[in-house]
Design a protein around this ligand. Structure first.
Ligand code: 2M8
Length: 420
């Protein structure tokens, strides 16, 4: 059922968003939501930086620095930086980052997440003109990208592979179903999340098994290359990486560096996306099964963040986005899975609900291609969701009702940006 909320004007909505972010600030970083997510999550923090860029640049800077404290000597930016010892499973005692020579002093997970951080830094620079902060953080982001090229190009064509569903940020996306089903069935039985809106226990056990297999192999790149059973080239992860390469290319001169390596890397990613993931729309590629995963999710639109995407691919992807498979049927932007897919479920997390962060990314893609009407549709539809249901974690794409956590940081942060 749709929750009734009193009508709020833009100024009041902005104040509410800032209050949520203030409440979720721990003193060192922003947690995604109170309770369920008590640590700093990597791409959540990047979205918080983007949302705070205009309003609280001081806080946005601290947020990014706090996350980067968790960067490993390999350049890997972990998907979680822990604030406390436990309170979330899998916590530090599962990841055991402190036993790894490349890990920082602060406790972290051993996986990474979509590399949105350079785009977030560029966004912050755009709104503040703070060159000193660019100079300070640019080397860390160069190292992050170098890690992805060195340790994650498991297909050898320039794309980064995710080695765990958590690395996509879209945990239970139908894109990972077959690769997960191919893993050994295990019974671990730990969890700390509400089952109903998330994944079956069997999937969660596989998530943990996969994470522990990587940990037990010492988080080694050679193990990922030769043995790890889950390796997928995801269009959203790589579309975000490409946009972040372009951001670093623009920031490089400010840091006294050469933009050319970033431009070259972006071009390589573009070519590989088109060569390896395109077949009428972008699909993820399972490197272990050596095949495209033919379910179209919101991840398919990540490569639209690239201003250099060829026009015919752009038009074909937009046709899919604007069709009854995605935006044309639900009334709210943009379901996380195409609604005609057998796996679509309007109630379950990344299998159907609409998310503010992916809507924001698509609105950014619309801006990059000067698609003003689409951009307005995405911004207005997303603001309608939060006006009606609050800063929820995600939303039913048919009736707009809120799902998952309340007071969710990226929903609040990106609302601030959409209101501007
Ligand atoms: C969700 O992922 C975590 C695991 O990292 C979880 O399910 O517990 C995803 O929505 C992910 O995208 C997000 O970064 C994280 C925290 O908001 O929650």
């Amino acid at each position: 059922m749709m929750e009734a909320r009193p009508a709020v004007d833009d100024a009041a909505l902005g104040r509410e968003a800032l209050a949520v972010l203030e409440a979720n600030w721990t003193g060192t970083g922003t947690v995604p939501a109170p309770g369920l997510y008590p640590h700093q999550w990597s791409w959540d923090s990047a979205f918080v930086v983007i949302g705070l860029a205009r309003h609280r640049p001081d806080r946005a800077r601290d947020e990014l620095l706090s996350l980067l404290r968790g960067q490993w000597a390999t350049g890997m930016v972990p998907h979680i930086v822990f604030h406390t010892r436990e309170a979330y499973f899998p916590g530090p005692s599962v990841w055991r980052s402190q036993e790894h020579a490349a890990a920082p002093r602060v406790l972290t997970s051993g996986l990474t997440s979509p590399p949105l951080h350079a785009l977030a830094l560029w966004w912050l620079y755009r709104h503040t003109g703070d060159v000193a902060f660019v100079r300070r953080t640019y080397p860390a982001l160069v190292a992050q990208h170098a890690y992805l090229s060195a340790a994650r190009d498991l297909g050898g064509a320039g794309l980064a592979a995710i080695v765990h569903p958590w690395e996509s940020g879209m945990d239970d996306s139908p894109s990972w179903d077959d690769a997960l089903a191919a893993l050994p069935a295990t019974r671990l039985g730990h969890r700390n999340v509400e089952l109903a809106e998330r994944h079956p226990q069997s999937d969660h056990d596989r998530y943990v098994w996969l994470a522990m297999s990587y940990r037990d192999a010492g988080y080694r790149a050679e193990y990922l290359r030769d043995e790890h059973p889950f390796a997928i080239e995801d269009p959203m992860f790589n579309g975000i990486w490409l946009a972040s390469c372009q951001a670093l290319a623009e920031l490089a001169p400010l840091a006294g560096a050469d933009p050319a390596p970033h431009v070259e890397r972006a071009e390589r990613i573009r070519h590989a996306l088109l060569d390896r993931l395109w077949d009428g729309c972008f699909y993820a590629r399972d490197l272990r099964a050596d095949r495209l995963i033919r379910v179209c999710t919101v991840g398919a639109f990540g490569p639209l963040l690239d201003p250099g995407l060829p026009g015919d691919h752009l038009r074909a992807a937009l046709d899919v986005l604007e069709s009854a498979r995605f935006m044309g049927a639900t009334g709210y932007p943009v379901p996380s899975c195409e609604i005609r897919a057998a796996q679509f479920d309007r109630t379950r997390y990344w299998r159907g609900p609409s998310w503010v962060n992916t809507n924001w990314l698509l609105r950014r893609a619309a801006a990059v291609h000067s698609l003003d009407h689409l951009g307005r549709q995405l911004a207005n539809g997303t603001l309608r969701l939060v006006r009606q249901a609050g800063f929820r974690e995600c939303f039913d794409p048919f009736d707009g009702s809120g799902r998952g956590c309340r007071d969710f940081s990226w929903s609040a942060a990106l609302t601030l940006d959409l209101l501007a």
